[in-house]
Each structure stands twice: as C-alpha cells, then as structure tokens.
Write a protein that binds this ligand. Structure first.
Ligand code: GUN
Length: 290
C-alpha cells in the first residue's frame, strides 16, 4: 500500500493562520509590530529565493521584514558592524543571517554576534544550550517544523526508534536532541548516522522514523526502509533543474506508511517556525515570557 503523504504546505498554512491571529492580538495589546531583519550576502540564487519566501510569509502574517542586501565582497567587520547596529535597534526583534556566507567570512563569528534574544534561527550557543537542557528560548526552525509534522500526522514518536541521517548544526544535531527529549513528538530512541557510519542500511532498516538531512539526492532507497516506517525528507537538492529530496521518493513511498514530499514537505514548515520565533522574540522584547 502506498504511503500517506504528509502535506507540509497545508500544515504550515494552518499554523500561519493561527500565527497571524496571534500577531494581530500582540500588536493590539502592545502596539509593537514584530519585525524580522534578514541579511543576504552575495548573489546565491537559491539563498535569494529562500529569503524572498521568508519575507513574503512575514508580510502575510503581519510581521514587518527588512532585507539587508550586502555585496559578496563585504568584510567580516562590515557585516559584524551591521549586526551590532541591529542588535541595538529596539524596532528589530529577529535577525536572520542567511547561510551560506562567502568563504572569506567566518560563519561562526558572525552567528555568535547576533544577540541571543534576537536569534530566531536558534544558532547562538546560548540558545542551543537552553534547547539541549530542555528549557528553550527559541527552537531551531527546521527540526521544530519536523516535530510539528510528526505531531499533526499522528506519528507515534514516544518509544519509537528514530534514525536521523546527518549531523549538521542546523538540522541533524538539534533534531536528534529534540527527538530524544521529554515532550510532545519526542521521547524517541535516537540514532544519529553520518558519512562515517558503518552499516548504515542495517541501522535505517530498524527505524520507525527516518529523518533524512544529509544533502545527497535520493540517498535513502526503498531497501533501506522498514515497511511501515515514517519518512521525513529534509533534503532540497537541485538535479537537472528539478528539486529532489534526500529520499528516493516513489519507491520509498511504496514501503513507508507516511512520507513528506519535496517540495511541499519540510520546507514550508521551516518558514512557519521562523515566523513563530519572530513573534516570540517580539514578546520577549516587551517582557512577555512564553
Ligand atoms: N540556509 C539554509 N538553511 C538555513 C536556515 O535555516 N537559516 C538560515 N539563516 N540560513 C539557512
């Protein structure tokens, strides 16, 4: 039997409707409009599309967004100076530095410079630390989006064996942490696999849930999947001008019980969670705690 399709686009649209209502209530109560400042360095076309989508989603949710377009040749000092200014600007609640940055700029230095209270990507070590300790200020957008999909699809996560493919700071590592924690769509037994994992397919075949975030097109094949497993595909790879995930979709969908498509799966959820974090940042700025 073919898998159920987990429609991230629809779930994200629902979340954004609720969020827009919450933004509007917040504005009514405080007269403060949540405001996201996005920094786009250089001309990477994919990054430009992502940032545009984030800005559009902000507009629709009643969140102000400002785009700072910076030349690829900007110095690290120049970028840090702008971040410092945005950190201090009381009208800005969230700061998003779109990655990747050009090679001459040290990503870690730049991301560490964003004040933790405006760190809507949840990349700052203080926010990562709070998340790991189970008392999050913000949750990282993509892993949080994945959790929401597991929740709305009715996937049994507690007690399940979740295999996370990939150990990136943005997805794999925080994803594993969040699935293992106490809480909703959590309490899983988690295995993290990566490029140096031995016997990968044997491990994935034991998974009740697979989260694929390795950045290799169609890497997860049907023979790697246990019948009935739930498959979450975080990959966005461009192959012959087509977007494909990290999962070999059609054959895997024959084996799995539920699967996210690419596009229209995790991607829209990442944006919805970013909006949520921006509202949280605005709430924090007026002394409201969530
Ligand atoms: N580049 C790819 N994914 C992301 C993300 O989640 N946040 C930012 N800022 N840049 C990215």
């Amino acid at each position: 039997m073919a898998a159920a399709i987990i429609d991230g686009k629809a779930v994200a649209a629902d979340l954004r409707t609720t969020l827009a209502e919450n933004v509007s209530k917040f504005v009514e109560r405080t007269n403060v409009q949540p405001h996201l400042a996005a920094l786009l360095v250089g001309e990477d076309p994919a990054s430009a599309v992502y940032v545009r989508n984030k800005q559009r989603a902000c507009d629709k949710a009643g969140i102000r967004s400002t785009l700072h377009r910076l030349p690829a040749e900007i110095t690290e000092e120049g970028l840090l100076a702008l971040i410092k200014q945005l950190n201090k600007d009381p009208t800005v609640h969230g700061i998003l530095v779109q990655l990747p940055l050009p090679g001459h700029i040290k990503e870690q230095v730049v991301l560490d410079a964003v004040t933790p209270l405006k760190d809507v990507d949840c990349f700052h070590p203080e926010n990562v630390g709070l998340m790991v300790q189970g008392r999050p200020r913000f949750l990282p957008c993509t892993p949080h989006g994945v959790q929401q999909l597991l929740l709305t699809s009715g996937t049994q996560v507690a007690g399940a064996h979740a295999v996370v493919l990939g150990r990136s700071e943005i997805v794999g590592k925080p994803m594993a942490m969040m699935l293992v924690q106490r809480g909703e769509a959590a309490n899983a037994t988690v295995t993290v696999c990566h490029s140096r994992t031995a016997g990968l397919a044997e491990i994935t075949r034991q998974a009740d849930i697979i989260v694929a975030a390795i950045g290799k097109p169609r890497f997860v094949t049907a023979d790697m999947v246990k019948p009935g497993a739930v498959i979450i595909d975080v990959g966005i790879n461009r192959v012959d001008d087509k977007l494909v995930g990290d999962v070999d979709y059609e054959p895997v969908a024959e084996v799995a019980s539920a699967i996210t498509p690419v596009p229209g799966g995790v991607g829209p959820m990442t944006i919805a969670m970013l909006l949520q974090n921006t509202l949280t940042a605005a709430q924090l700025s007026v002394g409201m705690t969530s």
